[in-house]
Ligand binder design. Sequence first.
Ligand code: MF3
Ligand code: CO
Length: 290
Amino acid sequence: MKRLERNAPCWCGSGKKYKVCHAAFDDRLIMFSDRLIPVPDHDIIKTPKDVEGMKRSAVINMAVLDYVSEHIRAGISTAEIDDWVVKITKEMGGHCAPLGYEGYPRSVCTSVNDVVCHGIPDEKEILKDGDIINVDVSTYFEGYFSDSSRMFMIGEVSPEARSLVENVKKCVEIGIENVKPWTTLGDMASKINEFATSCGYEIVREIGGHGIGLEFHEDPFVSYVTRPGEEMLMVPGLCFTIEPMVNAGKHDIYTDRDNGWTVRTKDGSLSAQWEVQLVVTEDGCELICW
Ligand code: MF3
Ligand code: CO
């Protein structure tokens, strides 16, 4: 980390002198870094202006998900969900972040039943009574990204499916409660994993949450299978998603060979995921998008 001269303008862009702005913050970062705990680079720490920008993007993202929740039902195709997402996002002046992202072919991810994530909307995929589906929406608006996903239950679902959906929502709530500055991502993640395990579930290891803001995916990678004290230090201004992918069976997954995207559970068990985007504050976190 490059230390600034005490009277220099702070690296955060506040216009204040470093010594009255982030100098003490940097002292604390160095203390943790000396104990070999990974600390965030300055360039992923968000300013209040960045947080406002992400919130404006999130207004669109959440309006899209609200629309989906009001219209989703048995008999529609997942391609229709894609159409809704495109329509609402465009009307509100945003852009769908998934479209073209690393070659992704559609504007939203729709992951049904044993699909863990990155389900591609398809005219031929018709929702039916008893399905559970994750709709993962990501928006770009005036320089800032937002990202959140919700589960929907179609008609009457099995008690096991309902419990999975509700318990995974609880996993995210536990994560949110355990975001505390100057503790690590592993401290938070281990609480989620503890609860998921107590329900008899397993959390996917290879895919997780991510930093977000000026890019769709930034540092850090947010795993939910790490231990207390491991992984990056959470500090005020760090912005990331909590989005555990939780399988009712084993954690093992595979990627569809034909489309190169769709991830499924190896044992065919159901999988559920909820996603929120947050920023770490002085005493916990503030939700940006859900
Ligand atoms: N929205 C997903 C996330 O939560 C990312 C999807 S990448 C895509 O990180 F290309 F499939 F859209
Ligand atoms: Co995400």
